[in-house]
Design a binder for this molecule. Structure first.
Ligand SMILES: [Zn+2]
Ligand SMILES: [Zn+2]
Length: 211
């Protein structure tokens, strides 16, 4: 099952130009089986997500991108947005209670503008950042991040033994499907999606790389 796990639409993310119906049309053209809506601080109402899914005949899952005191965290499997700006620790407590999953979004976006070596940010140093203790995984491929920054995320996730899914972070039509997470088996619902993500039963593929 091929999903774009990180998508913003103009309905609930003011920074996005992507109309929900256009998203679904593009997702189909890109060969995706579905998308996960990850608006900033907002979870789509279940009925609206279901309606969008039925109208286009593709799976629609709901997540949320939560601004924390230590950066953005993608959360799947929770029903409520946390109040205010939580610490990563507070967010993880909520996510664990809901049996969801917390993935640090674009972990090193902007870190490597001068290049990996100039900053001397080693995998070990990056893995030691306090926030790493409070997430279940790192987003290892994000469409709005440079390749070296995505590579570092992948290496840090491997170093820590964390799962490392990917997504486009689309805010416009052309970005949909830039990165895909290919689940080993279809996810029946959001609980099932969390189960597959938590167990690492997926691989990440870039647009044009065979899928
Ligand atoms: Zn973000
Ligand atoms: Zn995002």
């Amino acid at each position: 099952m091929i999903l774009d796990l990180h998508v913003h639409t103009s309905r609930y993310s003011s920074c996005s130009r992507l109309d929900p119906d256009r998203l679904m049309i593009r997702a189909r053209e890109e060969g995706l089986d579905g998308v996960c809506l990850t608006e900033h601080q907002v979870i789509w109402p279940q009925a609206e997500a279901r309606d969008l899914s039925h109208r286009h005949g593709l799976a629609v899952f709901r997540g949320i991108e939560v601004t924390t005191t230590a950066g953005d965290v993608l959360v799947f499997g929770v029903d409520q947005a946390p109040p205010g700006v939580p610490t990563p620790e507070e967010l993880k407590t909520q996510v664990d209670q809901a049996r969801g999953i917390a993935i640090l979004a674009h972990p090193f976006r902007g870190f490597l503008v001068f290049g990996f070596s100039e900053l001397k940010l080693s995998v070990e140093d990056a893995a030691g950042m306090p926030v790493m203790k409070y997430v279940h995984g790192l987003e290892s491929a994000n469409g709005r991040v440079t390749d070296p920054e995505n590579d570092l995320a992948r290496q840090v996730a491997a170093h820590l033994g964390l799962v490392a899914p990917g997504g486009s972070d689309a805010h416009s039509e052309d970005e949909v499907g830039l990165w895909r997470t290919v689940l080993d088996e279809p996810a029946a619902d959001e609980t099932d999606l969390v189960r597959l993500l938590r167990s690492g039963r997926f691989r990440v593929v870039r647009r044009g790389d065979g899928i």
